[in-house]
Design a protein around this ligand. Sequence first.
Ligand SMILES: NC(=O)c1ccc[n+]([C@@H]2O[C@H](COP(=O)([O-])OP(=O)(O)OC[C@H]3O[C@@H](n4cnc5c(N)ncnc54)[C@H](O)[C@@H]3O)[C@@H](O)[C@H]2O)c1
Length: 442
Amino acid sequence: MNRRQFLGATAASAALAVVPGIARARKQSTNDKLNIGLIGVWGRGLAFYDTLDHENVVALCDVNEARFADALKRFPNARTYIDWRKCLDHKGLDAVIICTPDHHHAFIANWALNRDLHVYCEKPLAISVEEARIVRANWLKKRGKLATQVGMQRHAYPNFNRVRELIRNGAIGELQSACAWGDRQIRRPGYPPAEGEPPAGLHWDLWLGPSPEHPYSPSYFAGGPGMNCLSWNMYWDFGAGQIGDMGSHTMDLLWNAVDAHLPTSAEARGEPFNPDVTPVTCESHFEHPANAWRGPIRVSWYQGGAMPESPSKWVDLRRIDHGAMFEGTRGYVIADFTARMLIPMGDKADMTYYKPPKPEETLPNLGDFVGQWIRACKDPTIKTACDFDYSGEMIEQLLLGLVAYRVGKKITYDPVTGRVTDVPEANRWLARTYRSGWTLNG
Ligand SMILES: NC(=O)c1ccc[n+]([C@@H]2O[C@H](COP(=O)([O-])OP(=O)(O)OC[C@H]3O[C@@H](n4cnc5c(N)ncnc54)[C@H](O)[C@@H]3O)[C@@H](O)[C@H]2O)c1
């Protein structure tokens, strides 16, 4: 039975999650190499080459043909594609890594899941609420059979789990609220005007993909490898600004510690609305229901100069460019990606209530983040840290903040239906409009 037949023959994905022997039968052995397609071979794509040396790279896809020469030197047996829709039908493909601009992410991820492929998708998983919900729901049907991971690789820093332990073990008492912030500020007036012709080999129409038509400009390609996303991700049709960019990484530091799902409300304020460009300065706030270990909490995201208030005049939060803060009944934890500090506050914060974990009780380090996904592709019963469930809910929340920003009102959200229940005009901003000929569910 080949892989595809096996997947087709298995009715209940949930059951697979608890039957490791069955899932492992999918690949003969964890030593088998995966047949992988890399979609977006330059820029962020380069960061995967060392890992990919240990697997079979059978397909390379890029809309810029000039990028193939170097990629083929490294992976000479791969077939090249300029259109990811064709690449996904490469015979024998097991998995794809998506390193394209953000406006393709949910599309490629969803099409790949439809073809029973494992998916590693660079952050953000989606740029609209609807996209996040569709991709997540699709993966939930296949959980235990297909491995997914979103590129929030800082999650592997041990500090993420140290922060979680402090919160869960009660170092700040009962959690009341949590916020994360990022101060990157890249301002643009609007979409760049038409300028010149795309260079030979750059397929502009495929670069635009599902997004509305815009004229070519070299300014979309002005950045160095891995930084070029800062040339296009602030425009509504191509990204979600810093929410999708550093917001994905920094909210992850918070999300890992609070066990939140979807919020029941969102409100946001920021600089005046620009129909072309996502806001630089903005803050959004979300209400989250109680869970098994804590009461309801407020979660916030600040960006582009908007900042939470410091709990003390001798703590200058502005010195932390990307950070998170947790407020409890007995104090605060303030953290960046690699360090944290605990500030007990008030008369009751004598720390007698707090028992630090013994070494054997601490959470294990995640290790190699991409490696975890590779292992999970070979044994999908392995849980990946930033799968499409965890990452999908996290980005849905952040993108809902952009919807609240657009309507300029507090909105009430039904997490089950994915609809705004009290501000009808907000619902039109949950989804984006695609060019004809492009469908999310292909
Ligand atoms: N996890 C991280 O730390 C991190 C760091 C940088 C970038 N990223 C993410 O990686 C992605 C790519 O960012 P970048 O700066 O490399 O961008 P980029 O503009 O350099 O694009 C990367 C590659 O994708 C190709 N490409 C563009 N459209 C394509 C399409 N439709 N099909 C196939 N290939 C296509 C480009 O030609 C280029 O070779 C973004 O989503 C970004 O958010 C993540």
